[in-house]
Design a binder for this molecule. Structure first.
Ligand SMILES: *Cc1c(COP(=O)(O)O)cnc(C)c1O
Length: 424
């Protein structure tokens, strides 16, 4: 199997004439089709809502496209809340799934009318302190511990994760919150990351639905939503089978009808907080080959670096690479494709079979639409790239300009530092 870029060499060349590499570019058409399919897959559930995980791609232009499909914003910091506010996503359009949360962020979220999802039982007091009293509608994050297994394979290790409350704690938390006047409850859980199987959501749903029935029976709370959070993955590797969102939606429906419907709880809304699945495949990092080096290995240096995409550097993540215009050429060279940081982990690919790369070739790095631009930083004084939107009609729009040295030096404004740089 192969992966197909959403840009041809001709189109990329045309774009580069106006916007120099490196840049991230997003495919509006793909993004919209995917959002539509998600809605269809869960249309059986009346209250279904996707809260896009803002951290994955915090660009208001892109999130506004998702807003057309009824998506809200899943936030976990002050600036993410501010971004949501700026695009008019307030009230029930905000899910605040934070952890280790400062009091002023609880207050800010509450002032916007957002739904606060508590990561810890001690946060009940924190929210009271921050907001005066508890909001009428609240959610708690659940972590059953142990390992999350599908048949014999361990998918992830919730017992090692810092997030969420234990079973005992969530019962206790719901009891306390009910006594303190909370009227509507939600349950949230995020147990596995980047799953490429149609079974994750249905299995998680079963755990949460059974918990919901027990919480209602034992604590007498009214549960109005269950948030399956993120974790639905994408096939970064060409040999991986993509998730089928329709099978996932049907899988959740089946469990819903097995567990919630007989318990008379079939008015519960299903929420999701997907980031990667919504945006990952619809973004690419476009960069140019600017150096070749033949030492102990064959290196191709490009004009992007881990500042633009740090997943390979931090977790050895695989991102597929296409050399535009050479899609069908023989992949008979083995390269490390590197960025320019003074860190040896700054490699987009290690020992990758690729066609022969010449200087000036356009390198297309796939699946950077989520946790790509957003994870970037400024190490080595490198500047963050522009973000472009490839519109449905084929036009290209700048949706975030590239950083300039002025942006990099802006936080020294107390010393008029930038003026000195300019004076030299
Ligand atoms: C990161 C995150 C998400 C999104 O995860 P994806 O793997 O991108 O789908 C959703 N909810 C919370 C609370 C998160 O921290």
């Amino acid at each position: 199997m192969s992966k197909t870029p959403f840009l041809t060499k001709e189109k990329a060349t045309e774009i580069i004439a106006e916007y120099p590499t490196p840049f991230h570019i997003y495919d509006e058409k793909g993004l919209r089709e995917n959002a539509e399919n998600l809605l269809k897959a869960f249309s059986w559930n009346k209250g279904f809502k996707e809260y896009f995980a803002v951290k994955a791609t915090p660009n208001p232009f892109l999130i506004n496209i998702l807003r057309e499909y009824g998506c809200g914003c899943d936030c976990s910091s002050m600036t993410e809340l501010m971004l949501s506010k700026a695009i008019g996503a307030v009230g029930d359009d905000i899910m605040f799934s934070s952890n280790d949360t400062p009091l002023e962020e609880f207050k800010f979220c509450n002032d916007l009318g957002g739904i606060i999802n508590l990561d810890d039982i001690t946060h009940i007091e924190a929210v009271e302190k921050a907001c005066g009293k508890l909001p009428k509608k609240m959610s708690c994050r659940y972590n059953p511990g142990g390992v999350f297994q599908i048949s014999n394979s361990i998918m992830d290790n919730p017992g090692d994760a810092k997030y969420g409350m234990t079973t005992e704690q969530i019962f206790e938390a719901f009891k306390i919150m009910k006594e303190k006047g909370v009227e509507e409850f939600g349950i949230h859980s995020f147990l596995c990351s980047n799953t490429v199987t149609n079974d994750y959501y249905p299995m998680l749903a079963k755990v949460l639905f059974e918990l919901a029935v027990e919480l209602r029976d034992k604590v007498g709370v009214k549960i109005t939503f269950i948030n399956l959070s993120g974790g639905v993955g994408i096939p970064y590797r060409p040999d991986q089978e993509p998730n089928d969102i329709f099978r996932i939606g049907e899988g959740v429906r089946k469990v819903y009808e097995e567990v919630l419907t007989p318990a008379g709880m079939d008015d519960i809304a299903i929420f999701t907080e997907m980031g990667r699945y919504m945006m990952g495949p619809y973004g690419a990092l476009v960069t140019t080959a600017i150096n070749e080096k033949h030492t102990h290995k064959e290196y191709i240096g490009v004009d992007a670096c881990a500042v633009n995409l740090m997943r390979p550097a931090v977790y050895g993540a695989y991102h597929h690479i296409t050399v535009l215009g050479k899609e069908n050429a023989l992949h008979d060279h083995v390269y490390d494709v590197t960025g320019s940081l003074c860190e040896n982990c700054d490699k987009f690919a290690i020992d990758r079979r690729l066609p022969e790369i010449e200087m000036g070739d356009i390198i297309y790095i796939h699946d950077t639409g989520a946790h790509g631009y957003s994870m970037g930083y400024n190490y080595n004084g490198k500047l963050k790239s522009a973000e472009l939107l490839l519109q449905t009609d084929g036009g290209v729009k700048l949706i975030r300009r590239a950083e300039t040295p002025k942006d990099y030096f802006a936080t020294f404004d107390c010393f008029d530092f930038y003026d000195k740089v300019l004076d030299e």
